[in-house]
Design a binder for this molecule. Structure first.
Ligand SMILES: Nc1ncnc2c1ncn2[C@@H]1O[C@H](COP(=O)(O)OP(=O)(O)OP(=O)(O)O)[C@@H](O)[C@H]1O
Length: 327
């Protein structure tokens, strides 16, 4: 069997950031995802493939907290615990002079201001999608979901607001805290546009940008949430070969920045060149998980994509399978 080292791909040794066990999702009588496991490490790119209707997006939605799985569990890198406000109980105590005085005794001695996450510790997903984003998980969708009439910069700034703390009141009166955060948000958004290669499109309206740029803008907006893990649903759908190559380069760059990446794609060449590991779903079940070399040489994967030839409705010769869409 070919190992990761054999093909010159360095082994990924980062902390596990996501662990899904036995994830199952039913829609009424339809079993869309059946007991699928997946773990993802920091600095790793994992591909999710499978024919249409295999359950990829449904599984993604379970991983990102958009769907609550019918059964199974998704655990994610534990986010920093919030510093709890100290609460005090006024107690009457005898003082050194024999008299009495009121003294405030702290009630929450068990939580002395926790701030840092414990490396390698996983916790169940928070219940609300916004809290999942705050915990460090970002995603893009199959269909572009930009604010069409906002500029590129504004779109990324919107993504950043989950990391700012100015409340509604401070925002309305534009107090110093708001102004300070606004300037920092603008700066970070500009950095991210530079990072994804859109540094010169800052003031362009999203709706006027070329398709490939809109996809990159979505990624910049997702990165603005400071994720540990980013999940990309068909990031190259509709792209030309040059845009697809640029998308690959960008995903490598994101991985090199220390993030974990999970990608759904139908373009097999893209997936097998990009990923450290690939999970193939068929009819909601995990058919195989392995290195790109292991997955693309597995006859069951080829069969799942192009059929056994026994299907009377699909009598295309194998050569007719669109380039790059099947192994
Ligand atoms: N909200 C829903 N309600 C009912 N059935 C659904 C729902 N979402 C998905 N399904 C069904 O679950 C199955 C898996 O769909 P899903 O979209 O996850 O597949 P997919 O692998 O992402 O497909 P594609 O590659 O075409 O996007 C399909 O049979 C689909 O019709």
């Amino acid at each position: 069997m070919t190992t990761v080292q054999d093909v010159g791909r360095p082994a990924v040794t980062g902390e596990t950031v996501l662990e899904a066990t036995g994830v199952t999702m039913r829609f009424g009588g339809l079993l869309a995802v059946n007991s699928v496991n997946l773990s993802v490490r920091q600095g790793e790119i994992v591909g999710l493939i499978g024919p249409n209707g295999a359950g990829k997006t449904t599984f993604f939605n379970c991983l990102t907290g958009l769907y609550k799985p019918t059964s199974g569990q998704v655990r994610f890198a534990a986010s920093p615990q919030k510093r709890q406000p100290m609460r005090f109980l006024p107690v009457l105590r005898r003082n050194a002079l024999g008299g009495h005085q009121m003294e405030d005794v702290p009630l929450l001695q068990e939580n002395p201001g926790l701030t840092a996450p414990v490396p390698g510790v996983l916790a169940p997903l928070p219940p609300k999608p916004r809290a999942v984003v705050r915990a460090g998980m970002a995603r893009t969708f199959q269909n572009i979901r930009l604010f069409a009439n906002m500029t590129a910069l504004e779109n990324v700034m919107v993504g950043r607001y989950c990391r700012t703390s100015a409340g509604a009141f401070t925002s309305v009166i534009h107090g110093p805290k708001f102004r300070h955060e606004e300037a920092a948000t603008r700066l970070r958004a500009q950095e991210l546009l530079d990072f994804v290669g859109l540094g010169r499109s800052t003031e362009h309206l999203a709706r006027n940008m070329p398709y490939g740029d809109q996809r990159r803008l979505e990624i910049a907006r997702a990165l603005a949430t400071d994720p540990k893990l980013i999940l990309l649903d068909e990031p190259t759908a509709g792209m030309n070969p040059q845009e697809t190559r640029q998308a690959s380069d960008l995903i490598f760059k994101i991985r090199d920045a220390g993030l974990a990446v999970v990608v759904i794609e139908h373009d097999m060449r893209f997936i097998f060149n990009l990923c450290d590991r690939v999970l193939c779903l068929v009819q909601g079940e995990a058919l195989i998980e392995g290195t790109p070399e292991e997955v693309q040489s597995d006859p069951r994967v080829i069969e799942a994509y192009i059929g056994t030839g026994e299907d009377e409705d699909d009598d295309r010769p194998q050569d007719d399978v669109p380039e790059g869409e099947a192994p």
